[in-house]
Design a protein around this ligand. Sequence first.
Ligand SMILES: Cc1cc2nc3c(=O)[nH]c(=O)nc-3n(C[C@H](O)[C@H](O)[C@H](O)COP(=O)(O)O)c2cc1C
Length: 359
Amino acid sequence: MAEPVTKKGYLMGAPHPSPGHAARYLARAAGLAPSPHNSQPWFFAEEGHDHGFEIHLDRGRRLVLTDPFGREAVIACGAALFNVRLAVRHLGFRPVVTLLPDSRDSAFLAHVRYAAYAPATPAETRLIRAIPRRHTHRGPFGPEHAEIPQPFLDELCEQARAEGADLQLIDDSARLDLLADLVRAGEERHRTDYAHVAEITRCVGGYGVPYDACANHPDRTFLPGRDYLGLARRISLPARRRWRDRTSPVLVLTTPRDDRTAWLRAGQALQRVLLHSTAAGLTATLHTQPLELPDLRTELRTHITPDRHPQAVLRLGRTNRPCPPTPRRPTSDVLVPAPSADARQLLSQRQVHDAVGAH
Ligand SMILES: Cc1cc2nc3c(=O)[nH]c(=O)nc-3n(C[C@H](O)[C@H](O)[C@H](O)COP(=O)(O)O)c2cc1C
């Protein structure tokens, strides 16, 4: 573990001396959220003893080439927030969430308080149970039960809408072909950019993406996957084995705006959709390569999701290949005590003083 440092009053890199049970439980649930290349770009702070819970973006863990604007890192934190909301429900309380509670600190993404007592509903309990079972699949889905019933897809769209996002099913050939072309173009650019290859390679192993999870050749699916292991460079698939698997539904998650609040909503919607899918025995694959390159994202927006901002591209399906859980950093690495009210006040006075001094 790195030497402890103080970031905006939060002591980072030193284990929380005595975290409350609830905070530990919330941090564990939050940490199971998906994140780009398993970067886990967050830290959590416990206020008082189990009085409130904070979700912060850890800017040092953002992937600067994959995610130049930090959009995907904030989406990941939004997914972590959805898990925290569910975990609070599991403890029997209603969560009260404030997004971006401190206008002077844009990395402080959400504050969660415990409100009135109310036991979790059976539907919430189903989602809570899905949190540790959800994982990202990479590669083709099995042909068995390939059809996902339309009413279930409609239900997923409803779930996304409840979080302020839209989930669009891309089911006509023209849009699907264009989307596949854009994913291929994004992936091709990533593969030929050495700095990007180095960034993605660093994310494999340890607390990142497990080797086993990226062992499928990335060009075997209709929307190509990330080439975490440089397989496409070494093994060129014959055309007949390339870009198959058109069976699984392809969906694009969108928001009406494109700011931090929208990204947090997109993350919560993404996680809600993923957990509903997991609870129904489905697995998802994400293909966000074109959304990481501004010109391709604009093209996707113009031709596939007009008037909406695309935030994630996913495929859903079934696979009977067991997948070991993706590792996570220990809770002691991500949970810190929040600064006391006095310390916060001192810090904000110092910020005002510095700002005035700068003029
Ligand atoms: C915003 C976002 C974008 C992602 N994009 C991709 C992607 O393009 N390809 C991919 O294989 N996984 C993608 N993922 C999935 C992560 O790699 C995955 O969540 C992470 O490795 C943790 O693994 P788990 O989901 O199995 O827990 C993305 C996740 C998020 C939150």
